[in-house]
Design a protein around this ligand. Structure first.
Ligand code: AMP
Length: 420
């Protein structure tokens, strides 16, 4: 089988690496890929949203399955384009990807089907939103409806912060049309957890839970990022809570999408808050998370290509994926200054000295002399397996120390929460 993976991040590197272990897979292409992906796949210089060129490439190279990594091409109809061309594709159609693309759509869906989430109201008028926020008081959560690159959410501790967020989103239009509507949400207290699931429309096959570290600095300080590290499993959250989340949130959401005529096929990523009243939905993503994928797929013992095919063909019922008992920890190495402005083109050294982890590349490139250089904010995900979180952390951080470049930045506390 020949597979075309679309994307260029750590998530796609992990997918290509795992597909490379499958006996069913003959050739792996990745568009556009990155410097690390080139070790597992043939990188093809086509942009993620150039569907005509992607489909044309897939036809010319006898691609049996396309796998869409990032959300942007999914929102824009990547899966639809491949389907229309008669090529099997892993990832939801645009009408199902909306579960990530519009927070208002998802909140309304959850309300309609009684799926646990924070109480909320949606507004398209600034004045009405402001009046509601003042009536509710702080703490309160303000979210731009559309896509704002993860920056459209303000967890406001005070009324002033909440009002400022409304102004920035609705009056200053800091996120453009994404701020035409806002969702104002009840503040949920608790611990966060992510559950990613393969969903074939009807059947849900959940992956083990993972926890992300969103903020740039240790102890969850500083601005939010795309994610600075992850670990899996999350042993201090009881299995019964995980099962409750599948039963009350993930499966009912797959069923709701089906009932709405928007069957979800692909990876449904549930961002959950474990509140004192049980798990509640914070958000859904319509694809693998980055860097959740690095830890979760590191623990997958089954054939990923087979899981992708079973999802696409509606045969997930036949498959029970196997997961390693080991703990995986992924530490993200970022460019100095990230998530603000950062340098590009700095040479990364020491990758050949890594002994205890797998290093998944994100924002890396090859320079004219064939050296691996920095070319993004998040650069590498150093991912190790261990008997427990302690061992996985020790291995990952030992390798982190072996990798050198100007301005190296990473958190030193990934997985520490699980040590308690
Ligand atoms: P979202 O983009 O909706 O996932 O929100 C980004 C982050 O904001 C989440 O990962 C949470 O840490 C936080 N957050 C979102 N909604 C709430 C809520 N209702 N209560 C508390 N924190 C929230």
């Amino acid at each position: 089988m020949n597979i075309l993976v679309v994307g260029r991040g750590g998530r796609e590197h992990t997918i290509c690496w795992k597909l490379g272990q499958s006996e069913r897979v003959k050739r792996i292409y990745c568009a556009p890929g990155n410097a690390g992906i080139a070790a597992h796949a043939e990188c093809v210089n086509i942009a993620e949203t150039d569907f005509a060129a992607l489909v044309e490439f897939a036809k010319r190279n006898s691609v049996d399955l396309a796998v869409i990594g990032p959300e942007d091409p999914l929102f824009a109809g990547a899966a639809d384009a491949f389907e229309e061309a008669g090529i099997r594709v892993f990832g939801p159609r645009a009408n199902a990807a909306v579960i990530e693309g519009s927070k208002a759509f998802t909140k309304d869906l959850l309300k309609k089907y009684n799926i646990p989430t924070a109480a909320y109201e949606t507004f398209d008028s600034y004045e009405a939103a402001l009046a509601y926020v003042r009536a509710q008081g702080a703490p309160i959560v303000i979210k731009a409806d559309g896509l704002a690159a993860g920056k459209g959410v303000t967890v406001a501790a005070t009324l002033e912060e909440a009002e400022e967020a409304l102004r920035v989103i609705m009056l200053d239009k800091a996120f453009g049309a994404a701020g035409d509507k806002v969702v104002v949400e009840e503040f949920l207290e608790g611990e966060e957890m992510s559950i990613l699931s393969f969903v074939d429309g009807n059947v849900v096959r959940p992956m083990p839970a993972a926890q992300d570290h969103k903020q740039i600095f240790d102890n969850d300080q500083g601005p939010n990022t795309g994610g600075m590290g992850t670990y899996s499993p999350v042993r201090h959250i009881p299995e019964s809570v995980y099962e409750e989340a599948i039963r009350t949130i993930v499966q009912p959401t797959a069923d709701a999408m089906m009932a709405e005529g928007r069957p979800f096929r692909g990876v449904l990523f549930a961002g959950l808050m474990i509140s004192k009243d049980g798990p509640k939905t914070i958000e859904f993503n319509c694809r693998f998370g980055d860097p959740e994928t690095q830890v979760v797929l590191s623990r997958l013992e089954s054939d990923l290509a087979e899981l992708f095919l079973a999802t696409v063909e509606g045969r997930l019922e036949e498959i029970e994926p196997k997961w390693s008992e080991q703990t995986a920890v992924c530490v993200v190495l970022a460019a100095g200054g990230y998530p603000g402005p950062y340098n590009k083109g700095d040479v990364i050294e020491g990758l050949d000295q890594v002994t205890e982890s797998v290093v998944f590349h994100a924002g890396t490139a090859l320079d004219a002399e064939g050296r691996i250089v920095t070319s993004g904010g998040r650069l590498l995900g150093v991912t190790a397996l261990g008997a427990d979180v302690d061992e996985a952390r020790r291995k990952a951080y030992a390798d982190v120390e072996r990798i050198r470049y100007a301005g190296r930045q990473y958190r030193t506390d990934i997985g520490k929460k699980a040590l308690k």
